[in-house]
Design a protein around this ligand. Structure first.
Ligand code: AMP
Length: 541
């Protein structure tokens, strides 16, 4: 027997409608690319999102077609989140830190019909527009009078003139809740990037989950600052959850340095902020150097890479700020787990509590997690044994866009490429990863790409790229190489060889010359052994 309740679809348009109705004067504050501060309300954001939906109708972007963005966190990007998805198109947020060729490849693979970009990224667009034939409209996120006359880009329009004068009412379509709403590419370990394609249903359910008290604990009394970019898994879902609870939203624009983030937190009474450890490291360094204190800030959500224990300690003990250590991936929308303690832990000594807080935490409701041994058998919780972390749930990827890479699931579970333990209470802790990648400042570097480039150098016989711990960037790549007999190459020559082949920040920090790279029985490079051999190695200052 079926239940007799309404089968009402979970839609992104309902979030902005709700924010407008119940939190119409709730503030949205943005530091703009133009350098000034912009303030308006949820009602303004809702109205302009509807005008944007009309503007998309006018240029005939059809339902399901992709609209790309190259943009910082700001109010126009928020309007794109709602206007594009709400009207049945798919917002495709692109990481501007990639190489222009990679960005063009991604735009072409997604078949973006329009591309909206902050003026910071004009040089990228000028470089790639001729290589992206499917893009019919290039839209600069600026006022009409700021549009460059001589950009060389055909069909360049300004966002403000594009939406200006459009009707402020729009009938959001009643879509199937499984309709695609957003898209985000993640750089794979091998080959080209692959895209996660989110749905209205997965996005709204994820917003509920991250707002829960033992997740980010969001409420209408909060002022939320997503420092994590809106091109990184939808700023971890904050722009959706903020509308759901009606909290104030504060956007940092391009200014992510410690001083700018601190000033924004203080000026806007931010209570909760989200970001990768690198961002918090810059903030804490600035605060310590200037003997600063927080006013309203209550909690920070740290994810994307492991939160260092010293950082958790400093936030809590020196500043009285609750740290919420979270784990997730592009493929998991992203939040899978958040670390909050249970009642029984509150009486534990401080060092025991810190050990728990260093873990990535318990799965949020909706997510199932398990760890498996090399044969795929589940490892029981609480054994201390680590295994491959598998997840499943309504906001976990089922397949990559266009089926790239084949079926990623194993028996209905998504293998994360992370290695973890799960304790008896279900607290998961990442201990390693099986994917051959390095995460620097929250951004991926493919070890295999770095190795392939070195191997393309005529003097190199073998190359292995590994990550080394770094106090600011979490990890930095180095490349260990074996030079061909009779050949010569210097460190500087090899590093120069990377120019133009990867983004500057992806270039290895150092080259280590070796007689041999340790190999396994099948000829595969043994990176664990290499790491052991280089355990006393120090990155150049
Ligand atoms: P991305 O798809 O770029 O969001 O990266 C996801 C990956 O980042 C995960 O699979 C982990 O390897 C890593 N990651 C994310 N959060 C954490 C965390 N709290 N601790 C350790 N690694 C993390």
């Amino acid at each position: 027997m079926l239940g007799l309740m309404q089968n009402h679809p979970l839609l992104i348009s309902a979030l902005i409608d709700f924010a407008e109705r119940y939190h119409r004067d709730g503030e949205i504050v943005s530091r703009r690319v133009e350098g000034d501060m912009h303030r308006y309300t949820w009602a303004d954001a809702a109205r302009r999102s509807r005008q944007l939906a009309h503007a998309l109708d006018a240029i005939e972007v059809r339902p399901g077609e992709r609209v790309g963005t190259l943009a910082w966190n700001g109010y126009r990007h928020l309007e794109l989140y709602y206007g594009v998805s709400g009207s049945g198109r798919v917002i495709h947020t692109i990481n501007p830190r990639l190489l222009p060729e990679q960005i063009a490849w991604i735009i072409n693979h997604a078949e973006d019909q329009a591309l909206c970009f902050d003026m910071t990224f004009l040089p990228i667009v000028q470089g790639i527009h001729k290589h992206c034939p499917a893009v019919r409209h290039w839209i600069a996120l600026c006022d009409g009078d700021r549009l460059p006359q001589d950009s060389g880009i055909a069909n360049l329009i300004s966002y403000e003139s594009w939406i200006a004068g459009r009707p402020t009412a729009y009938a959001w379509p009643r879509l199937d809740e499984n309709t695609a709403s957003g898209m985000c590419y993640t750089s794979g370990t091998t080959g080209n990037p692959k895209a996660a394609l989110y749905s209205h249903r997965s996005t709204v359910l994820h917003a509920y989950a991250i707002a829960l008290p033992d997740s980010m604990g969001l409420s209408a009394r909060d002022a939320a600052l997503p420092v994590v970019p809106m091109f990184h898994v939808n700023a971890w879902g904050m722009p959706y959850a903020a509308a759901m609870v009606g909290c104030k939203l504060v956007f940092p624009g391009p200014a992510l340095d410690g001083k700018s983030v601190y000033e924004l937190i203080e000026a806007e009474g931010v209570t909760v902020a989200t970001g990768v450890p690198t961002v918090w490291q810059m903030l804490l360094t600035h605060m310590a150097a200037n003997k600063l204190r927080f006013g309203a800030l209550q909690r920070t959500v740290i994810g994307g890479a492991a939160a260092p224990p010293a950082m958790i300690d400093t936030f809590r003990n020196d500043y009285g700020i609750e740290v919420l250590h979270a784990w997730g991936m592009t493929e998991t929308s992203p939040i899978g787990s958040v670390c909050t303690l249970q009642n029984k832990h509150l009486s534990l000594p401080a060092d025991e509590q810190l050990k728990l807080r260093m873990k990535q935490g318990r799965a949020v409701f909706g997510i199932d997690m398990k760890i498996v041994d090399p044969n795929g058998n589940e490892i029981a919780w609480g054994t201390g044994v680590s295994g491959d972390l598998y997840v499943r749930g309504p906001w976990i990827l089922a397949s990559y866009y266009k089926g790239e890479g084949g079926d990623p699931l194993r028996g209905g579970w998504f293998p994360t490429g992370d290695v973890a333990t799960i304790d008896a209470d279900g607290f998961m802790q990442i201990t390693d990863r099986t994917k051959d990648v390095i995460k620097s400042g929250g951004e991926w570097i493919s070890s295999i790409d770095i190795e392939n480039i070195a191997m393309a150098h005529p003097a190199i016989a073998m190359a292995a790229c590994i990550g080394m711990p770094h106090p600011k960037w979490d990890e930095r790549p180095i490349v260990a190489v074996v030079v061909k007999p009779g050949q010569e190459v210097t460190r500087e020559q090899l590093l120069a060889f990377y120019e133009g082949k990867v983004a500057k920040w992806q270039t290895p920090d150092d080259v280590v010359f070796m007689d041999a790279i340790p190999l396994g029985a099948t000829g595969k490079m043994l990176k664990t052994k290499l790491r052991e051999q280089l355990k006393d190695y120090k990155l150049p200052a």
